[in-house]
Design a protein around this ligand. Structure first.
Ligand code: ADP
Ligand code: MG
Length: 257
């Protein structure tokens, strides 16, 4: 079973949504990431799964350029995240594991900020209203972010991402703290973006989410890629029955690691 997708081998994959090569990151004695490589094609969503502390957040923070790796490279849509950060960031939306909206801006002001920063075409206000409505944030549209619940703060990040129609999604545990309606909107949005040619990586402990929205999975353990592939490939590797749940497959593949 190749842990690296074919796109991660050979010449830089200009067409790839995400191309990560040899990412390594230590925190003191902790090897949070060791030589992680993978690529995500346009139109493809990669599920990133692994136990707590396996390096998922570190990986996503390195590939977005928020955290400096010790070695390795990341490219978004063919743009190196450090050498060419502006086009790389312009393509990408990132949902952090822990929401941190600007405390003294309202949801509406966050969306105004996104519209200005990314120079969205006129008419974005109507889309912003529709998104706030879908996420049940209309009543809180003019409340300060600091006064919102954790799930509502998370929905501000989601609304900001949705307003932009990003070509690359980087989502860190996007379901944690989100209510069922928000989860429905999130899943529908991920599928719509992939259908429109966006690529993405989604870390989650929700194997149901991963099975529903992802085309392929990469399993991390102790900062290393353990196994990667489609659900059918993982089932075969785990010697699981054809209809076996991803949970059974995951537990078999990570047993003893
Ligand atoms: N800022 C940090 N300082 C020190 N250690 C960290 C830091 N961030 C993460 N780690 C460590 O790196 C490892 C991977 O963490 P993380 O990427 O958050 O895992 P996951 O998201 O898979 O739960 C853990 O052992 C964690 O304690
Ligand atoms: Mg994490």
């Amino acid at each position: 079973m190749p842990v690296e997708a074919p796109l991660a081998q050979g010449a830089p994959a200009l067409g790839a949504a995400i191309d990560v090569r040899g990412l390594t990151k230590r925190f003191g004695k902790v090897a949070a990431l060791t030589d992680v490589s993978f690529a995500v094609a346009r139109g493809e969503i990669l599920g990133l799964i692994g136990p707590n502390g396996s390096g998922k957040t570190t990986l996503l923070r390195c590939l977005t350029g928020l955290l400096l790796e010790d070695s390795g490279t990341s490219a978004i849509g063919g743009h190196d995240i450090h050498k060419d950060p502006i086009p790389a960031r312009a393509m990408m939306a990132y949902l952090p594991e822990v929401p941190h909206p600007l405390a003294y801006l309202t949801p509406t002001e966050h969306l105004q900020f996104v519209a200005r920063a990314y120079q969205l075409a006129p008419g974005w206000e109507a889309r912003a209203s529709t998104i706030l409505e879908a996420l049940d944030l209309t009543e809180k549209a003019r409340s300060l972010a600091i006064d919102l619940s954790k799930g509502q703060k998370q929905k501000i990040h989601l609304a900001m991402a949705m307003l932009r129609d990003p070509q690359v999604l980087v989502l860190d545990e996007p379901l944690i703290g989100i209510d069922p309606k928000g989860a429905f909107v999130l899943k529908r949005w991920i599928k719509e973006r992939a259908g429109a040619g966006a690529g993405g990586v989604v870390s989650s402990h929700s194997l149901a989410l991963v099975e529903e929205v992802c085309h392929r999975v990469l399993v991390l353990a102790h900062g290393r890629p353990v196994v990667g592939g489609t659900f059918d490939e993982l089932r075969r590797l785990a010697h699981a029955a054809p209809g076996a749940s991803l949970e059974e497959v995951f537990l078999t593949l990570t047993a003893g690691r």
